[in-house]
Ligand binder design. Structure first.
Ligand code: ADP
Length: 170
């Protein structure tokens, strides 16, 4: 049987034992709230030191660091767009965030990476639209590339989990 390349989990992304977790960072890459705060707290101060040398990150782009105290070997920091009603290229920018993260996973030959719902917290992106973009971009990428072998979508709550479950079962 063909191995499943997309998985869905509910919980805290910082606990996962994968090659890389993706962090929903901001342009400074110097930490913030939500998943970003949780990642920095769990990884420890070495992460902030490395991030200080990265010179920030543009929206839609991604940069990679070590995982420090995480079980994950690396962290891919991507900056999703702030939702402004859909008038500021938000859908394209969110797609770019997924593409640039997946590209880094490919370049590093990562077998398994995990994504939170980029932009769906403080940045206010509608969760269902964000999940459609996340799934479409991931399917498109893995159909063309051997790495990453597996992509895990991590929902933090029941609502997010149900949105992904419905879309993935279609
Ligand atoms: P953004 O600023 O990109 O919106 P947030 O961190 O505010 O980023 O939220 C992104 C998503 O990550 C939200 O759906 C939120 O529920 C989820 N989230 C927050 N903490 C965690 C965590 N520890 N693990 C997985 N997902 C998380």
């Amino acid at each position: 049987m063909k191995k499943k390349r997309i998985e869905l989990l509910k919980g805290d992304i910082t606990t996962l034992n994968v090659d890389a977790i993706v962090n929903a960072a901001n342009n400074s890459l110097l930490g913030g709230g939500g998943v970003d705060g949780a990642v920095h707290k769990a990884a420890g101060p070495g992460l902030l030191d490395e991030c200080k040398g990265l010179n920030g990150c543009q929206t839609g782009q991604s940069k990679i660091t070590h995982g420090y105290n995480l079980k994950a070997g690396h962290i891919i920091h991507t900056v999703g767009p702030i939702w402004c009603g859909g008038y500021k290229d938000e859908t394209e920018l969110l797609a770019l965030s997924y593409q640039s993260s997946l590209r880094l996973a490919k370049e590093n030959k990562f077998k398994t990476i995990a994504f939170p719902g980029i932009s769906t917290g403080v940045y206010g992106f509608p969760k269902d639209l964000a999940a459609i973009i996340a799934i479409n971009e991931t399917k498109r990428f893995i159909n063309k590339n051997p790495y990453p072998e597996k992509v895990i979508f991590v929902a933090y709550d029941d609502e997010g989990y149900e949105i992904y479950k419905k879309l993935l079962n279609q």
